[in-house]
Design a protein around this ligand. Sequence first.
Ligand code: GTQ
Length: 347
Amino acid sequence: MSEAVNTDDPRLKELHRIMAENSLAGHWQPRQPAPELRSHLWRWPVIYSCLMESGEVVKLGHIDEAAKRRTVQLVNPGLTAFKSTTRTIQMSVQLVKPGERAECHRHTAAALRFVVEGDGAYTAVDGERTTMAEGDFVITPHWTWHDHGNESDRAMIWLDGLDIPMVQMLDASFAERLGENRQPLSRPEGDSLARYGQGLLPVDHEPGAPASPVFNYPYARSREALEAMRRREAWDPCHGLKLRYANPVDGGHAMPTIAAHLQLLPAGFETASYRATDAAVFAVVEGSGETRIGDETVFSWGPRDIFVAPSWHGLRHSARTDAVLFSFSDRVVQEKLGLWREDRGNA
Ligand code: GTQ
């Protein structure tokens, strides 16, 4: 096949020189390869020991010398320049020790939390507080005021998933500090769940808000849903039993930029190969098993391990014991843009 251009052609060389001087480039010219997300597994004991050590050496508080949040970030080895976990998501693990508070602020990046350890610390979001327990899924939609505090006697640890890389890519980052540790509360605890999370809606409620009005999806309820479904044993060959955290008002995803799921794989279950265009982060909530990603990677995982799978790589999970996986990605964004695609069983 003949080349589109003759790279030895002096006229072409001169053209390239002039174009480069003027910040122009030809479609025919090669470009720098884009940084590529890699499959990666973070083992919980390593994350945990770094996080607990950070609890000894990093102060948390509202005074200027203290960190505003104490988080350990999971940096994808292919994306070190961005310090991000996928191209669109920054994931961290956060520690709030007994008696500590993380000051109130808001930002255009949205966050999800998934509680890993502890019981009784709170997050307050736009005027309502929620007390968190292990496995709870809590959302902090973009530009909502939020602060955390631990009035229990145990350390509280949760996973944070933020859309920071996406918001930064769009150059739409804004942040604001309230200047207080705690925001004023305008609703009693449990109000959102009572109003919007019971299969009922206030009679005149109008859909249209970008995020779910429910901001804590308690694990006890989500786990019970999976258990109830399991009694019919209608397993999806690619997913086992998989549920999506939904906005009860419109049936969409809980937040407009990050999709999150909870899935049960019974002991001995092996999924058929599945791939989709969203790179996903998986956190093991219960159990142990293995995940094959593409042709080369096999991750053997146990409770609280976290792994990331790149876009469009075939995934096959197998569960050694009953296993529950929490996962999240930018799927919701891709769906809205008409970009999301999946391939069941062929990858
Ligand atoms: O807890 O509000 O991992 O603002 C990064 C930024 C957590 C938080 C993060 C944040 C938070």
